[in-house]
Write a protein that binds this ligand. Structure first.
Ligand code: OAD
Length: 236
């Protein structure tokens, strides 16, 4: 499953790519959604009901992220971007910054990022403090309506036009460390297939959408991704 010369690669990543950095996934045995109800901490309605709980959840994740380091999977994807004779775009559902800290530049955070704050009143964005609270005033309009700049269920993911344009002309689509249970990301494999791309899944276990891929490989991202990148760079 290696691309030919001058091709383009789109890589979708999920929580599994950061699991070996110590950041939890959502739906695995001890994942976030076994400890929290996503309706409480990942919806606009949950935020309206209990902003303190929501900020506690994301403040803890921001703290964990600050203490985490990129793992061999993130580092391999950065190496791919530098060494590949074509375009590489990482579309991540993750709100950590481990792809960037590994050296990737073309990263699209479709579910937003822990490193930014968003004013729920006026839409202004700014760099997130380490600890955020709903009554922090917006630096723009001064309203105390601060929220993390993350996409919650019921909200539109970011960069969908750019992502769909990339998928419609991609040669190889690779999905890494995602359960394939959340749309629209779970539907990207079908968009890429319809555009004629080859498709590869690298995941600990077959995802919900595994049958849509041309090839699936099971194992830890920290092992599978560097091996796949080595082959791509050696055969381009
Ligand atoms: P999930 O927790 O749903 O899935 C993580 C996937 O990674 C599972 O299929 C695991 O088998 C796999 N996995 C775990 N460890 C791995 C490893 N070391 N190497 C490779 N794979 C591994 O997380 P996501 O698919 O990212 O959205 O979840 C998608 C979205 O659902 C998230 O962005 C988040 C969540 O609710 C919002 O909060 C809006």
């Amino acid at each position: 499953m290696e691309p030919t010369l001058t091709s383009s690669i789109v890589i979708l990543t999920g929580a599994g790519v950061s699991a070996e950095s110590g950041l939890g996934t959502f739906r695995d045995t001890d994942g976030h959604w076994t400890k929290y109800d996503l309706n409480d901490v990942a919806t606009p309605e949950g935020f309206a009901r209990n902003p303190v709980l929501v900020h506690e959840f994301y403040n803890a994740r921001r703290r964990n992220c600050a203490g985490a380091r990129p793992n061999p999977a993130h580092l391999a994807l950065a190496r791919l971007e530098t060494g590949f004779n074509g375009t590489v775009m990482v579309v991540t559902q993750n709100i950590d910054d481990l792809h960037e800290r590994a050296g990737s530049r073309a990263v699209c955070h479709m579910h937003g990022t822990l490193s930014r704050a968003l004013c729920a009143a006026c839409g202004h964005r700014w760099d997130a403090p380490a600890v955020m609270a709903a009554d922090d005033p917006c630096p723009g309009c001064r309203t105390p309506a601060t929220r993390p700049d993350v996409v919650w269920f019921g909200e539109m993911p970011y960069f969908m036009d750019e992502i769909c344009a990339a998928l419609e002309s991609v040669d190889l689509f690779v999905s890494i460390g995602t359960s394939g249970s959340v749309y629209p990301a779970a539907g990207f494999v079908e968009i890429a297939r319809s555009a004629g791309a080859r498709t590869l899944e690298l995941n600990l276990e077959p995802s919900d959408t595994a049958s849509a891929f041309d090839e699936t490989r099971q194992g830890a991202a920290g092992v599978l991704v560097p091996a796949w990148v080595d082959t791509v760079l050696a055969t381009q």
